[in-house]
Design a protein around this ligand. Structure first.
Ligand code: SAH
Length: 338
């Protein structure tokens, strides 16, 4: 809940408004798992809250740990559905990869989550809950520093819950996380992209591009039929991106599909008018997929062309491959049957 909502609850219980911030401090800063522990609240208010609301952590059913320190959490929701979140330590950063939906409706050809179809949207409490669940799995001295919506689902297809989540994450009465540390990754839902940056200024945007022609992009990411490349890039050009900040474009490298020198040249042309950087991602295979990842040499040649054209191009190393925790491998449905 937001502070306004909790203030209303508190007022309805006949208590002073400042109690709302006290409750939220217990929840977010101190990680309280029950109202009983909130000892500086009047007993009557604690009882009132206990009868009407729930506070607590999601249950983590399985945590797998990869050789590289990446941890994948399988989180069980109240209705039995399951989602995955991934903790990715790298140098001084510890990034949490968060899910926004159970499954996904976007049907991208190269993504395991797409195979589930969309089961349902996550609530804001289920999305925020992933942060609490992840904190439980941190090693001593570790702290989450970055948050990316690159797990299961299309965050902008769950727009109201995403905004509620980001509000809770970034508000000083909530988790007090700087929006600069949060990245929302989208397949390119144009109207929601524009609204997002207006509502949560400073949040980072990542756009999954993957192709340089409408023909190929429509095959890889069918939403391109609704929001074609030229519209997507035009919208990106007009987004209110903060000074010294850039839109990140993601590009999954698929052998013989989108990884040619000609693709790299077209990409350079498409992104030249934008404040952009590009992240090349090794394709991570999953069961039942027929695509192959580009060899490292091809990815590096592709990167070299972009760099020569003055585009910042990085290669995303796949993390947690051995536990199927890498990009595009999140698929929790098999576990629900068990
Ligand atoms: N729906 C959002 C966020 C989830 S996907 C989006 O499309 O951006 C997060 C990133 O993982 C996207 O860039 C997506 O294209 C990439 N991805 C999906 N499947 C992948 C796979 N099998 N290998 C590598 N990256 C993949």
């Amino acid at each position: 809940m937001t502070v306004d909502e909790v203030e209303q609850v508190v007022a309805d219980a006949g208590e002073r408004r400042f109690r709302a911030r006290q409750i939220l401090h217990w929840a977010h800063a101190r990680g309280a798992e029950s109202f009983d522990t909130m000892l500086d609240l009047p007993a009557a208010l604690r009882a009132h809250l206990k009868h009407r609301f729930t506070i607590g952590m999601p249950a983590t059913s399985v945590v797998s740990r990869a050789a590289d320190g990446t941890r994948k959490l399988l989180i069980r929701l109240a209705d039995g559905e399951e989602i995955e979140s991934v903790i990715i330590p790298a140098d001084k950063r510890v990034t949490l990869c968060m899910s926004s939906q159970v499954g996904c409706a976007m049907a991208c050809e190269f993504c395991a989550t797409a195979r589930m179809g969309l089961h349902r949207n996550l609530t804001a409490s289920e999305i925020v809950g992933q942060i609490f669940a992840a904190r439980r799995e941190l090693d001593r001295g570790e702290e989450l520093t970055n948050f990316v919506f690159m797990g299961m689902g299309e965050p902008l297809a769950n727009y109201p819950r995403l905004i509620r989540t980001l509000t809770i994450m970034t508000s000083e009465w909530g988790m007090n996380i700087s929006p600069r540390r949060i990245t929302v990754s989208t397949v390119g839902l144009i109207p929601a992209m524009e609204r997002l940056l207006a509502e949560i200024p400073g949040v980072n945007l990542a756009v999954s591009l993957h192709a340089t022609t409408n023909e190929l992009r429509s095959r890889l990411a069918p939403i391109n039929q609704r929001y074609p490349l030229e519209d997507l890039l035009a919208a990106c050009r007009n987004l209110p991106i903060k000074r010294r900040s850039r839109i990140m474009f993601e590009y999954v490298m698929l052998a013989g599909v989108n990884d040619s020198i000609a693709d790299a040249r077209r990409l350079l042309k498409l992104l030249a008018p934008l404040r952009a950087k590009i992240n090349l991602i090794f394709y991570n295979p999953f069961e039942g997929s027929t695509l192959n990842t580009s060899p490292r040499a091809a990815v590096e040649a592709f990167q070299a062309i972009l760099k020569n054209g003055n585009l910042t191009a990085t290669i995303r190393e796949s993390r947690g491959l051995d536990i199927a925790a890498a990009c595009g491998q999140l698929y929790a449905e098999q576990h629900t049957a068990a």
